[in-house]
Design a protein around this ligand. Structure first.
Ligand SMILES: [Zn+2]
Ligand SMILES: [Zn+2]
Length: 454
């Protein structure tokens, strides 16, 4: 190792050269299957695998102590059957896959071969940044060159940094046009840091940025879906037919909402962060699995997805309740939008959950009693489908929710509709609505008061 005076060596002030490179089309990860297809298949596979695990836990009732709702609630409170949910999710996944395929065909083909060059560009930036060290130390009254000479023998790397990124003894032999030449090289720590920036730090920043972009996209669209009656009634009310969410109901949406919020949200996150297709494997799959987890219906202490942020199944479940529907819009990763915009649910939820549980138990017990005594000819567990009057339900939902909000105080009974009751109590619902003076888009129908007083 040559230890000539750092500053006087001509090699010291030259930048190490960048390597040459050749780029080639990137072969797919799985031979014969384009990476874009994997990027589109993984979220669908992830969705059904994770949903399958939660479904198994649900039907075999493996962790009743961690349930957010009882099985009686799933049966009696949801306004859509499982088959319809399954069908709508498949439709949404077909749409997202077709849109993704169309995008992938317009994407330029992925290339490789430039990685070492890009890492060296970062190493050069690190080298250039070191040139500011003497000046910065000078501001605080330190003589950088003096310190560099002092540490040259004992700590040469530290000495090089102090001298402003000068390592005259770090050289390499390169051949150019048949001529061998000794030129400066990067130090080990510079290359290590450059590799970390290129392979880990930048992809992590892209990943977190994509999560933040998706969260912002979903928050404002989701919020708009609740504040605008038409958007709610036409699209978002579908998702809220699930008062008691379960894992594979996560993407139960009107197909257009699924496209706008989930597919476009992920697409915008991908495009704005400049991710590669292989990076989207992680982003698309993670965001999908997180959404499934948010709807799983369990507050599981050992589920890591429920602890990485405050946005988890218990948080989102509040949004699915009639009393919490105008709060907790943030989805799927963080909760800061709710905090900043003042839409986070505040207050205790224990009594509300207990009340909903008790009402559902009573309803199921009543149904069983009727079935056994022959009062009802209906032998199946009631699941109320609302296709025939979705307009009414949607607008009623808004009315109901605004009441919940305006009443807003803790532990105060809030008008909550009973779908089963609505189905059985009055076949001529229209007539009742007319009697109590609540129009289809009107508010404050007597029906709500009647049920709220239960
Ligand atoms: Zn909502
Ligand atoms: Zn939801």
């Amino acid at each position: 190792m040559a230890t000539a005076n750092i500053s006087s060596n001509p090699l010291a002030s030259e930048l190490p050269p960048l390597p040459s490179y050749t780029i080639n089309p990137l072969p797919p990860l799985i031979p014969g299957v384009p990476d874009a297809y994997i990027a589109l298949a993984l979220p669908v596979i992830g969705y059904w695998v994770v949903s399958g695990i939660f479904h198994f836990i649900d039907i075999y009732d493996l962790f009743p102590q961690y349930r957010l709702h009882t099985p009686a609630e799933i049966t009696s409170r949801n306004k859509v059957g499982r088959w319809e949910v399954f069908r709508a999710v498949i439709i949404q996944q077909v749409i997202q896959t077709v849109v993704g395929l169309m995008f992938s065909w317009t994407d330029p083909p992925a290339m490789y071969g430039k990685e070492d060059y890009d890492v060296a560009v970062w190493a050069q930036r690190i080298r250039l940044a070191q040139r500011a060290v003497p000046a910065v130390l000078g501001i605080v009254g330190l003589n950088a060159n003096g310190l560099a000479s002092k540490y040259l023998k004992t700590q040469p790397m530290l000495s090089g940094v102090l001298a402003g990124g000068k390592y005259p003894w770090v050289t390499q032999l390169i051949e150019s046009d048949g001529i061998s030449q000794i030129v400066p090289a990067f130090t080990g720590w510079e290359m290590g840091l450059a590799k970390a920036i290129y392979w880990a730090i930048i992809p992590s920043i892209q990943f977190v940025a994509a999560l933040l972009i998706m969260d912002a996209w979903e928050y404002f669209w989701h919020r708009a879906m609740h504040l605008n009656k038409w958007l709610y009634a036409t699209f978002h009310s579908h998702h809220h037919r699930l008062y008691v969410p379960y894992a594979y109901g996560a993407l139960y949406n009107h197909w257009f909402e699924g496209f706008l919020l989930d597919t476009c949200g992920a697409g915008v996150g991908y495009l704005l962060t400049g991710m590669t297709t292989r990076q989207t494997f992680w982003f698309f799959t993670f965001s999908t699995i997180k959404t499934v987890d948010d709807h799983c219906g369990y507050a599981l202490p050992w589920d890591p997805l429920q602890h990485i942020t405050s946005n988890n199944a218990a948080y989102h479940d509040i949004h699915h309740q009639s009393w919490g529907i105008k709060t907790n819009f943030s989805q799927p990763f963080f909760i800061f939008w709710d905090r900043w915009m003042g839409t986070r649910w505040n207050g205790d939820v224990k009594l509300r959950y207990e009340r909903d549980r008790a009402v559902a138990e009573k309803k199921i017990a009543e149904w069983k009693r009727k079935a056994e005594s022959g009062e009802s000819s209906d032998s199946s567990i009631p699941i109320v489908l609302v296709e025939q009057d979705s307009d009414f339900n949607a607008s009623e939902e808004v009315t109901d929710d605004s009441r919940a909000l305006s009443e807003g105080k803790e532990n105060q009974p809030v008008g909550r509709r009973s779908p089963r009751k609505r189905q059985t109590a009055d076949a001529g619902l229209k007539g009742l609505r007319e009697r109590v003076g609540g129009g289809i888009h009107g508010r404050g129908s007597g029906l709500l008061d009647m049920e709220g007083s239960r």
